[in-house]
Design a protein. Structure first.
Length: 344
């Protein structure tokens, strides 16, 4: 069952902050807020989430009609989690949440349907509904930043797999002799093309004697080099930065070739801070895809940048409330979706 059109609250839970916003039925974010995440224990973490939701509600006070039409709350939460039950299982950045029934707790507080999913899935759904994937049936979306999160949307529904753990595309190995990823595997695309991976490769080359303005941006301290500094140096014409980013684009080409051969989506969307930095290389990736895909139609698949930038988590949370397969109201034994007063 799909919740009614109206407004949704999207919540993006991170290790240090909780962002939330009011999103209308066309994907426009009309109010935003951000509060610190205090993760001392489960109750403190939940309090940060409800504080962000309350802040959004307070911002809608001048418009009582908007408040009355809020139909659901969607939360992008750190994994691992179970999207079917809304239970956060064992997040490394939020040690207080162990088998924590986040969806049920928030639902009871606000007497509204609540959906919980990871940020990769939610971002993909937002792009499919309202963003760069709108109008396409089958969407693959990658968010490239500190890590690489991915989501797959088929006919407006997130593909979760058998247990909800599908679409971990960032942990697809493309080099079994490559660096060890934080997940424990070798040569994951995340270990090769994420922000920290870009910074690491630049640092290694500078340590080996290569000259680069990247080190100047880092104040001469190798351990302070970031991917953002690599991007700045590239814009300034730094040859080492260009080399590192071209190599990153090559890694992504190999990876996306595998994605095409496995899924053959209608569109491939890339977002996140690193994706923005690599936008000048998207043409090269498209040109090289035929060498890394057996699909003769690989270049017919659009490769585009995401519509939602820093707001991907907020939009993604709200999009969870619009997923056609989501039987949201069946999860909440409450009188109706229009009541928003806390019931703690």
């Amino acid at each position: 069952m799909q919740v009614s059109d109206g407004y949704f609250i999207g919540v993006d839970v991170g290790g240090t902050k909780v962002a939330a916003g009011l999103v209308n039925s066309t994907g426009e974010i009309t109010h935003r807020t951000r509060v610190p995440m205090v993760a001392a224990d489960a109750a403190a973490g939940l309090a940060a989430v409800t504080s962000a939701i309350d802040s959004v509600r307070a911002a809608t006070n001048p418009n009582p009609e908007s408040r009355a039409l809020i139909s659901g709350i969607g939360i992008c939460a750190p994994g691992p989690l179970d999207p079917r039950t809304g239970i956060v299982i064992n997040p490394p950045n939020l040690p207080g949440w162990r088998n924590f029934p986040l969806a049920d707790m928030v639902s009871k507080a606000y007497r509204l349907p609540v959906r919980v999913d990871n940020d990769g899935n939610a971002a993909a759904l937002a792009e499919a509904l309202w963003g760069a994937g709108s109008g396409y049936r089958n969407v693959f979306c990658a968010t490239i930043g500190t890590g690489i999160g991915t989501g797959i949307v088929f006919d407006g529904r997130i593909y979760h797999g058998r247990t909800g753990a599908a679409a971990e595309g960032g942990h697809t190995t493309i080099d079994y002799r490559g660096p060890r990823c934080g997940c424990g595997k070798l040569g994951c695309i995340e270990a090769l093309a994420s922000g920290p991976a870009i910074a690491r490769r630049a640092s290694e080359r500078i340590a080996a004697g290569r000259r680069s303005t990247i080190l100047e941006y880092a104040g001469g301290q190798m351990d302070r080099i970031t991917s953002e500094m690599v991007g700045r140096a590239y814009v300034a014409g730094d040859l080492l930065a260009k080399e590192v980013l071209q190599e990153t684009a090559m890694f992504l080409t190999v990876w996306l070739g595998n994605i095409v051969d496995l899924l053959e989506p209608d569109v491939m969307i890339v977002g996140g801070g690193v994706a923005s930095m690599l936008q000048p290389f998207l043409g090269e990736i498209r040109d090289r895809l035929p060498s890394w895909s057996v699909n003769l139609h690989c270049q017919e698949i659009p490769l585009v940048t995401a519509h939602y930038g820093a707001d991907a988590g907020i939009a993604g949370g709200a999009a969870l409330c619009r997923e056609p397969s989501a039987d949201l109201e069946s999860k909440v034994g409450v009188p109706g979706p229009n009541e928003l007063e806390p019931h703690r």
